[in-house]
Design a protein around this ligand. Structure first.
Ligand SMILES: O=C(O)COc1ccc(-c2c[nH]c(CNC(=O)Nc3ncc(Sc4ccccn4)s3)n2)cc1
Length: 321
């Protein structure tokens, strides 16, 4: 099976999660310079914005980086054209089935790594030509499926022959080592990168992550067919109350309008839509993205006896490495 680091072109088998409206050139470049795959989240953004972000990222790093296409976005076709024209090295996708776009992206030399939340979609995207798969458990922040990482990862590993990266509930070396025991060959991390120094999200959002506990998140929007894991704040409680009353989807969507901007731009911890994974309770300090990566894999190597199995592409690391 091909090595994840060869697919991504990175030193470490780690993809930064595509946090909508948050993951832009500064964080992407910092993660890529730190040896991971930085990701620009194009979900909900314009084609011009994406082109500009790709240009800025290339000015900040000569390492590979990626773009995430959120398939619920109305301008998906335009965004696909941009990543093809710009020959972005890696594209991840979310919130839908990228099957009909994979061939076109691969013709442009792009490595396609769909994020999936169930085995059925994993099989479909492999058949459509995906180069690897991110199996994302319900522990993740943002738009989620219903299956936990511990259950989802081994079942997807058994179902496909391309590399699987685990996502959802991973924020330290223990999560990496656990993911490898389940058969994953890499990981995707979102929540912990929210508090990276280079992440541009408002301080109020970062503080909400830093003070979160194990029980601080909830999935809202199940009644709309798009469950999204967020910090359980006043807004989340209002949404849940509407859902309990079987309120119309329009009413719930109306309540959500502008709340992602409230969270991301003004850090409104009470009325903002603070997307976060369940692992936020483990995230306790703000630090550079490169330090997060180094710390996670050093810890994982100490836990996982054979260092060559964890991370560095082709590089053997001496015990004192
Ligand atoms: O199964 C199928 O064929 C298609 O149905 C799917 C259903 C869910 C998924 C899925 C779950 N998780 C992921 C990857 N993660 C994500 O996509 N996480 C996201 N966070 C915020 C996003 S923007 C958004 C989107 C919806 C509502 C509110 N905001 S997207 N994809 C993929 C496909």
């Amino acid at each position: 099976m091909v090595n994840v680091c060869e697919v991504l072109g990175t030193e470490y088998p780690i993809i930064q999660g595509a946090m909508a409206r948050i993951a832009e050139c500064n964080l992407a470049a910092a993660v890529s310079n730190g040896g991971g795959l930085g990701i620009i989240a194009a979900g909900g953004e314009t084609a011009d914005w994406l082109r500009d972000q790709i240009k800025k990222t290339r000015e900040m790093t000569d390492k590979p980086f990626g773009v995430n296409i959120m398939l619920l976005a109305p301008n998906v076709d335009e965004l696909i054209d941009v990543v093809c024209e710009e020959k972005v090295p890696v594209v991840t996708t979310g919130a839908g089935n990228p099957g009909k776009y994979i061939a076109k992206m691969k013709e442009c030399g792009i490595k396609v790594v769909p994020v999936v939340a169930n085995v059925a979609l994993a099989i479909r995207v492999e058949r459509a030509g995906a180069d690897a798969i991110v199996a994302e458990g319900t522990e993740a922040g943002g738009h989620i499926g219903e299956t936990a990482t511990m259950a989802l990862v081994p079942q997807i590993v058994d179902a496909v022959n391309i590399p699987v990266l685990a996502a959802g509930g991973i924020a330290d070396g223990r999560g990496i080592a656990a993911a490898y025991m389940l058969g994953a060959k890499g990981i995707q991390v979102g929540t912990r990168f929210l508090v990276a120094n280079e992440c541009i999200v408002a301080q109020g959002y970062k503080d909400a992550i830093l003070k979160a506990k194990d029980s601080s998140t909830v999935a809202t929007g199940r009644s709309t067919g798009h469950p999204v894991r967020v910090i359980k704040n006043k807004l989340a409680r209002e949404i849940l109350a509407l859902e309990k009353q079987n309120a119309d989807v329009e009413k719930i969507n109306e309540l959500c309008t502008g709340t992602l901007a409230a969270a991301v731009l003004s850090g409104d911890a009470d009325h903002g839509n603070i997307m976060s994974g369940q692992i936020a309770g483990l995230v306790k300090k703000e630090q550079p993205a490169a330090e997060i990566i180094e710390e996670m894999f050093k810890e994982a190597e100490e836990i996982y006896e054979d260092r060559n199995n964890i991370c560095r592409a082709g590089r053997s690391v001496s015990r004192n490495g």
